[in-house]
Design a binder for this molecule. Structure first.
Ligand code: DC
Length: 229
């Protein structure tokens, strides 16, 4: 039995996982761990090295000289690649696709596994990703599977990218998202899917406030049932 509390939030890109997890973590005073950033850091490293992210035979030997670590500044996660803070550089459409490609390689998943598990062994966490409730933290006391229609998710991601000053079209974002969902849910190892004991939440058409309230009530009820305050 773990002494820490873990809330696992899985789901496809753009379902609102990170926004909701960040707000919930602040309220509960847990640490928010965004595991997608780890896969993004590996994808980014491969692009930097000129290695094709989908070419497992080239990616695997290049893992040996990579160090991926996390640090938290004012509660915000930063991801370090060989000691360099790459948190902003990993938020591009190109790195999203690279992350999805490297994440299908079992050696990459193994490479990032301990870092994720150790965070949850030492802190109360809200961890989001694709396989948190199924593989990384199967013991998580609360598991939520967050989804929304592809159009609603692409619209959110499109607005985020525009805000960051990136030039993309809605159609490009939607196409990339559908491709990434397909890759993430059809890979052989740790595919995106709800854990058997996950609570499914569809955020299509919800305002942020509505989704937060919904998630808060699910978490509260679940922790109350388990006699955890
Ligand atoms: O959450 P994100 O969009 O930043 O994740 C980027 C990619 O990383 C995603 O397309 C699949 C992969 N990923 C994964 O395979 N497992 C996780 N737990 C988190 C992300």
């Amino acid at each position: 039995m773990m002494n820490t509390i873990a809330i696992a939030i899985d789901g496809p890109a753009g379902a609102g996982k990170s926004t909701l997890a960040r707000i919930l973590a602040k309220e509960l005073q847990y640490i928010y761990v965004d595991t997608g950033a780890l896969y993004r850091a590996v994808g980014y490293a491969m692009l930097q090295k000129g290695v094709s992210p989908s070419d497992a035979e080239s990616v695997i030997p290049n893992l040996t000289d990579l160090t991926v670590s996390l640090q938290f500044v004012d509660g915000e996660q930063q991801v370090l690649l060989n000691g360099e803070n790459v948190s902003s550089s990993i938020r591009t459409p190109e790195v999203s696709m690279a992350a999805s490609a490297v994440s299908a390689i079992p050696e990459v998943r193994r490479f990032l596994f301990d870092l994720q598990q150790n965070m949850a062994k030492t802190h109360n966490v809200i961890m989001d990703g694709r396989d948190i409730g199924t593989v990384v933290l199967p013991w998580a006391q609360v598991k939520i599977f967050l989804s929304a229609s592809p159009e609603a998710r692409a619209q959110r991601r499109y607005e985020e990218l525009l805000q960051k000053g990136q030039t993309v079209t809605f159609e490009e974002v939607l196409k990339d998202m559908i491709e990434r969902d397909y890759n993430d849910s059809h890979r052989a190892v740790a595919p995106l899917k709800p854990a058997d004991d996950a609570i499914s939440v569809d955020t299509s058409g919800n305002t942020l406030e509505q989704s937060i309230e919904l998630l808060k009530s699910i978490v509260k009820e679940k922790l109350l049932c388990l006699n955890i305050r």
